[in-house]
Design a protein around this ligand. Structure first.
Ligand SMILES: *[C@@H]1O[C@H](CO)[C@@H](O)[C@H](O)[C@H]1NC(C)=O
Ligand SMILES: *[C@@H]1O[C@H](CO)[C@@H](O)[C@H](O)[C@H]1NC(C)=O
Ligand SMILES: CC(=O)N[C@H]1CO[C@H](CO)[C@@H](O)[C@@H]1O
Length: 415
């Protein structure tokens, strides 16, 4: 159902009046989906080379920005209830100690140095300090929705990917991870309000300077096999609804689940707004785009995201059953407790990898991540001598009889 038709039906007015309403409401509401949802900001918890799903117990090959509960760690034992372990969360709801993370974006200066692109607050989310906007969207057509169970984890995307040919253009897989090139003040194309649709949303990083910044849009698959909480590849327990992606992007919430993955879960969706505006006047003279994801990906095809479920008890199921605001405004969800901007912004974790990853120009991307622009898949750098153990060693949850030593800081910064 398109946003315009939705508002026509809701207000039962003429086409031109409805168009005005649609535009006004699309601007005034948080997100113009014809679906009920939760939509809330999560401020930055920490930015560092940690990835407890892919490289538990080890410093990750590349930098991630992490949001959510402060029980996040270099390894996260699935038998531990992280909702009970966390003492604060950077997300809007108190009951939510889940963790969410993605790669981060860097700007490559024409002199060869890199600096992390800061993140800014998304539209209609308050004033979170960086981080991302998280959505849990209920399915269309009144399908029963089952909350993720305790211990559930998943990842989406492939950090090694450097081309789009393996992804069908009109399939959910092909459009699950896109980048929106904003005009000034979050301006986009009103004919295509939904993430992943329309000419301003491309799978690769935008090839031109974007006056209002770039937003990564990341849709996780919403159909579960009903068995595995977190298989070895962290992905095969989930599938996208079947069918082609219609223009309004509603397939991520509509469609039906394949018989291999019959259980309909909420559609988990992230938006990360990269504030590229300050770099627009430093665009390379050869016209090439200067941004690169932390895994050495200047194409954008390798953007990826991870999820560790950490809701307290049945809080997420309660919210999915009771919170049906079309725009997902947190205050409309009475089933959950809303935290203030100052509460979420004051929840922080100490960086535990002894290296500089942001705030100044660096000689190279942290870890061993030279730019690899494909189209062949990226390869891991052999004999990488970047830091591999965290400050303070590994967490007790996974620590064997180890004595970890903090490596000396490598000379990754430029003076
Ligand atoms: C590149 O330019 C930036 C911004 O002026 C500067 O901070 C950095 O040190 C430069 N890098 C080199 C290698 O000159
Ligand atoms: C495109 O990426 C896929 C997946 O990484 C890879 O198998 C394929 O070889 C790549 N295509 C080219 C032309 O390198
Ligand atoms: C981080 C956080 O606020 N966790 C809370 C999760 O919800 C339970 C129950 O409401 C609280 O006891 C935790 O403090």
């Amino acid at each position: 159902m398109s946003v315009t038709r939705h508002f026509w039906e809701r207000y039962g007015c003429s086409r031109s009046t409805a168009m005005k309403w649609a535009v006004l409401l699309a601007l005034a509401s948080a997100a113009p989906y014809a679906n009920a949802m939760l939509r809330f900001p999560c401020a930055q918890l920490v930015t560092q080379r940690f990835d407890p799903l892919v490289t538990p117990g080890q410093v990750s090959p590349h930098v991630h920005q992490i949001v959510g509960g402060n029980a996040f760690d270099i390894a996260m034992d699935p038998s531990i209830d992280y909702a009970k372990q966390a003492t604060c969360t950077t997300c809007r709801f108190k009951e939510n100690s889940s963790n969410y993370w993605t790669a981060v974006l860097y700007f490559k200066h024409s002199n060869g140095s890199y600096i992390r692109v800061p993140q800014m607050a998304n539209q209609f989310t308050g004033s979170p300090n960086g981080g991302m906007t998280v959505y849990y969207i209920q399915p269309s057509n009144n399908q029963k929705v089952t909350a993720f169970p305790k211990g559930f984890r998943m990842i989406v995307g492939n950090p090694f990917l450097r081309n789009g040919t393996t992804m069908g253009q009109n399939t959910p897989q092909g459009k699950a991870i896109t980048n929106r090139c904003f005009n000034a003040n979050f301006g986009s194309d009103n004919a295509y309000p939904h993430p992943g649709t329309g000419p301003l949303d491309t799978v690769e990083l935008p090839k031109k300077a974007c006056a209002g910044g770039i937003r990564s849009n990341i849709f996780f698959p919403s159909c579960w096999n009903g068995k595995d909480l977190d298989p070895a590849d962290h992905a095969s327990h989930m599938a996208y609804p079947t069918g082609d992606l219609p223009r309004d992007g509603n397939l991520f919430m509509g469609g039906s689940c394949p018989s291999s993955h019959p259980v309909r879960m909420p559609t988990l969706f992230f938006e990360i707004v990269w504030d590229t505006r300050q770099f627009n006047n430093m665009w390379p003279t050869d016209g090439s785009q200067p941004f690169i994801f932390s895994q050495g990906d200047p194409t954008g095809f390798g953007q990826h995201a991870d999820y560790v479920f950490g809701w307290d008890g049945d809080a997420l199921q309660r919210a999915m059953d009771q919170c049906t605001d079309i725009s997902g405004v947190p205050e409309q969800c009475r089933a959950l407790t809303v935290l203030s901007d100052s509460q979420i912004n004051s929840c922080k974790q100490q960086v535990r990898v002894d290296e500089v990853v942001e705030g100044r120009y660096l000689a190279a991307l942290p870890g061993c991540n030279p730019s690899q622009n494909g189209p062949a898949p990226a390869t891991m750098i052999q004999n990488c001598n970047a830091i591999s153990t965290p400050i303070g060693g590994q967490p007790t949850a996974t620590a064997g009889p180890t004595t970890t030593v903090v490596s000396p800081q490598p000379t990754t910064t430029v003076d």
